[in-house]
Write a protein that binds this ligand. Structure first.
Ligand code: SF4
Length: 458
């Protein structure tokens, strides 16, 4: 089984792409920093957001039921799904009962998580992703590589070639304005032909029974205002208690995600449009299990802004696909092993534990603590390769025995000085593949301490 390191090595092998990916995300991170610095109450907003999320989590069932009551009163139809299969079956039933075969969808990581597109495609329903980045990866037959910037791994020349092949744009054309206009014309036809619009949900308000969808392209609005049927899919964690709470999250979300003051479109849906239907599918799919995990339930506060990915030195240099899960980056590395500690066992180790993710997270999830805790779980579940388990066992044994540790140190210093370079930098030395090993000192710190103190005590 390949892990994060092997997949990351494949991405990093294309050095220009890895460098450019790193720089592109760092640019977004810097925009986020400027926006955050311009809001004097930024830290108070983060505290408030974390507190609201913690409160909503503590009374999640009450708020979800309140949401259902209020939403139903306003004419929305609420459905409950235990897992991805139920979610997909419910969405399919709603569509097929109304004879829908053409659907436009705006970005929804939940439907990615549930693999809704292939499920519906296999049942004769065409789903067109309408967010530009999502459409690019959909046309390329790839999943998103980032939750906010799904096609960030692609260069404009590659998109030009893809559009030439799939949309018939001019060969060799890679001008972003030209390509965007081509996508716009192509998507307009899809919008006009759609019989239903699918969206995600950024926030669901228990107090009002309404949902809020944030986009920058207006595609969710277009997709839900042309056809008569709107199906919105949300994870249980999207609930916020009051309308007033929304202002806290809306100020944090776009600033953290892309360094904008607010998303270009923030659309409130509080009733179906006249003559239309609005269905909300509320999905658990492992979230209540996470809620029961004391050390990790805070991860449910995530508002999917992507800031932890943009800042993470590992994500920036290894790309979203190296995580092999719907949500990549630090938050994905906390969530995925909760589902399967063996299959996703390498992810918590894809971190330098520098804490940069904690520093930018708008809802103050202690990501690096959680990553460390996940590492412990993965080790306990036997999710580490045999060679690493053995190395750790030997390392632990050496560290527990002072005399052994001193001998090992002497041998290591000797080896660093005497062994030929070809042997020192052989295949076994992953650390030294892109770095120089440090020059071996003549004596250890302990030896130097003994010598300079002159009292013989180590
Ligand atoms: S964990 Fe925090 S920083 Fe990362 S996507 Fe979620 S809210 Fe954003």
């Amino acid at each position: 089984m390949t892990g994060h390191a092997e997949r990351a090595a494949r991405f990093a092998a294309d050095e220009p792409r890895a460098h450019w990916h790193d720089q592109a995300l760092w640019f977004v991170r810097l925009k986020r920093d400027r926006m955050a610095a311009a809001v004097p109450e930024w830290e108070a907003l983060r505290e408030r957001a974390a507190a609201v999320k913690a409160h909503a989590r503590a009374r999640l069932a009450d708020y979800l039921e309140q949401f259902e009551r209020e939403a139903t009163r306003r004419g929305l139809r609420v459905h409950w799904a235990r897992d991805a299969d139920e979610h997909n079956a419910i969405v399919h039933r709603i569509l097929s009962e109304r004879g829908v075969t053409r659907v436009v969808k705006s970005k929804s990581m939940l439907t990615e998580e549930c693999h809704l597109n292939p499920y519906l495609a296999a049942r004769g329903i065409e789903v067109v992703d309408t967010d530009l980045g999502e459409r690019i990866v959909q046309l390329a037959g790839e999943p998103p590589s980032h939750i906010v910037l799904p096609a960030i791994h692609k260069k404009k020349e590659e998109i030009g070639e893809l559009f030439h092949r799939t949309l018939g744009t001019a060969a060799g054309a890679s001008d972003p304005t030209y390509l965007t206009q081509a996508a716009r014309a192509h998507l307009r036809e899809k919008f006009l032909a759609a019989q239903a619009g699918l969206t995600g949900v950024n926030f669901a308000i228990a107090e009002t029974g309404g949902i809020v969808v944030c986009t920058n392209e207006g595609n969710a609005d277009m997709g839900t205002h042309l056809p008569p049927l709107h199906v919105a899919c949300m994870g249980v964690e999207k609930i916020v208690p009051r309308l007033a709470d929304l202002s806290v999250f809306l100020r944090l979300l776009a600033r953290s995600a892309t360094g904008q003051p607010v998303t270009t479109y923030t659309t409130h849906f509080h009733a179906p449009r006249p003559g239309g239907e609005l269905h909300v599918v509320i999905v658990d799919n492992g979230r209540s299990r996470l809620l029961a995990e004391e050390g990790f339930r805070g991860a449910l506060a995530c508002i999917r802004c992507g800031a932890c990915m943009n800042t993470c030195p590992v994500f920036r240099r290894s790309g979203g696909y190296s995580y092999a899960w719907t949500i990549p980056g630090p938050i994905g590395s906390v969530l995925a092993p909760g589902r399967d500690p063996v299959a996703h066992g390498s992810l918590p180790f894809a971190s330098s534990l520098c804490g940069s993710c904690d520093a930018v997270c708008p809802v103050k999830i202690p990501l690096h603590d959680q990553l460390l805790a996940r590492r412990r779980e993965v080790v306990r579940a036997g999710g580490q390769p045999l060679a690493k388990r053995l190395a750790m066992r030997v390392g632990g044994w050496v560290l527990r025995h002072r005399a052994l540790y001193e001998v090992a140190g002497r041998l290591a210093r000797l080896a660093l000085r005497r062994l030929p370079r070809a042997l020192l930098y052989g295949r076994w030395n992953a650390w030294g593949r892109q770095r120089e090993l440090p020059a071996a000192p003549a004596e250890s710190f302990r030896d130097a301490w003994r010598r300079t103190r002159g009292d013989g005590r180590g």
